[in-house]
Design a protein around this ligand. Structure first.
Ligand SMILES: [Zn+2]
Length: 171
């Protein structure tokens, strides 16, 4: 597929909304630190409003999202930057109830994606979750024992309930 610019109509509705957004934009000149000293790692799930669930607003927190809200190499990279350069003092790792990443095995995801794509997807990795609490325990340990993060930030593990909006602290 050529890396040319997409057709103007592909994103026209979103760009029109962006024009409206820009008319009342109030963050001009704002720096990129985490004003509330908070970093959030959570799932890409569209039911989750990471800032809203914590009473935060744009500018308050660094947010890193991926399928499942897992502590991956890229998530650790973001947290190291957050702790040392962006004034992060508290880290919340937040997987959630009814997460799709816990609904199938990696092979099942590969089969589903392969069927959708009409081609082999067996080479694509997915961070599936077999046991959410155990995965969260391991993820929290990975953050707390990271040599560039340990002792520099408080780290908490939570599960977000997508049906009540409540957080339950597990670790
Ligand atoms: Zn999810």
């Amino acid at each position: 597929m050529p890396a040319t610019r997409s057709a103007p109509e592909d994103f026209a509705d979103l760009l029109a909304a962006n024009q409206t957004f820009s008319e009342s934009f109030a963050l001009s000149g704002f720096d990129g630190i985490a004003r509330a000293g908070v970093a959030i790692v959570t799932c890409m799930d569209s039911r989750i409003d990471p800032l809203g669930m914590l009473g935060l607003k744009p500018g308050d927190a660094k947010t890193f999202r991926n399928p499942g809200g897992r502590i991956t190499t890229a998530a650790l990279e973001a947290l190291v930057l957050g702790v040392h350069l962006l004034e992060v003092e508290r880290i919340l790792v937040i997987p959630h109830t009814r997460c799709a990443m816990g609904s199938a095995t990696e092979d099942e995801f590969r089969a589903k994606v392969g069927a959708s794509a009409g081609q082999d997807a067996s080479w694509q990795g997915f961070h599936v979750v077999h046991d959410q609490l155990d995965a969260l325990r391991q993820d929290i340990a990975a953050v707390r024992t990271h040599p560039l993060i340990a002792d520099r930030a408080k780290v908490g593990g939570f599960v977000y309930d997508v049906d009540t909006g409540l957080l339950d602290q597990k670790f």
